[in-house]
Design a protein around this ligand. Structure first.
Ligand code: 5GP
Length: 253
């Protein structure tokens, strides 16, 4: 069998050349990393759950007219996406204080923010993805002013959609990170939501109990990460039934 061409391997995903020009196969690994890969672990079933959850969110966004790179899921670990040029920014939207915002500004975690706050970090692992302003983005040419107007509008639409979807299943969308890609069509370019949307890149808290259902479970050693992600998938109705790749192996005595 011919070996397919690997384009890129990141911390949580591998990208392969897709079957048609302009497409990419995105493979979800079980690897979990935090604190710029200082903490690493392989967590059985994480990739499968993120693949299914990202499919669910991206499909929903496409349906309401928010363009994404997602084409279709291929199997339990892979999805076919449109090839795009990633803008080198992590776009973070926050509804409640948590994480680095709480640390930076001394605001207690869980405090509701007066309005959604959008932040930009420059995507550079070696630098630890530093927070940057629109001045940096314009001065260094990472994106144009028109791009940034579109990025802001896309980020807020994703926030409204995700907040609603989560609220409907009793989960608070505290914050999330997205990446935006450019797709070229002749002389035109279109911005789309790229990468993934999953509990790896969101903070999700159970509304009643405050239980964390996201990657903070791993970052802060709060229990079993797969259980937390499976809880989100179950509430949204995307949990695969009796999938051996997700459920834990049964020990036979
Ligand atoms: P914070 O800046 O508080 O660490 O993160 C804010 C939000 O963005 C959280 O939901 C967090 O999961 C997400 N986020 C920030 N940086 C990254 C990153 O490098 N990778 C992923 N997957 N999510 C990130």
């Amino acid at each position: 069998m011919a070996r397919r061409k690997k384009i890129y391997e990141g911390k949580a995903k591998i990208l392969y050349e897709g079957p048609e020009p302009g497409t990419i196969v995105q493979y979800f690994k079980d690897d979990a990393t935090a604190f710029n890969a200082e903490k690493m672990e392989v967590i059985d079933g994480k990739g499968v759950l993120n693949n299914l959850l990202s499919e669910y969110f991206m499909n929903g966004l496409n349906t309401i007219g928010v363009p994404t790179h997602f084409i279709r899921r291929l199997n339990m670990r892979e999805q076919l996406v449109k090839n795009c040029e990633i803008i080198p920014l992590e776009v973070i939207v926050r509804n409640f204080a948590a994480g680095t915002l709480s640390k930076r500004l001394g605001i207690e975690e869980g405090t509701q923010l007066p309005r959604p706050i959008v932040e930009y970090c420059y995507k550079d692992d070696a630098l630890g993805d530093p927070l940057v302003s629109e001045e940096h983005i314009a001065a260094f040419g990472w994106a144009s002013q028109q791009d940034m107007d579109d990025v802001l509008s896309l980020a807020l639409r994703v926030n409204d959609f995700m907040s609603g979807v989560m609220l409907a299943v009793g989960i608070r969308l505290v914050d999330f990170k997205i990446e935006i890609g450019r797709i070229f069509d002749g002389d035109f370019q279109r911005l789309v939501i790229a990468d993934e949307i999953s509990p790896d890149s969101c903070r999700l808290w159970d509304i009643e109990t405050g239980r964390k259902l996201d990657k903070d479970v791993f970052r802060r050693d709060l229990g079993n990460l797969t259980d937390a992600y499976a809880e989100v998938a179950t509430r949204l109705g995307v949990m695969p039934k009796n999938s051996p790749q997700v459920t834990k192996p049964t020990l036979i005595n």
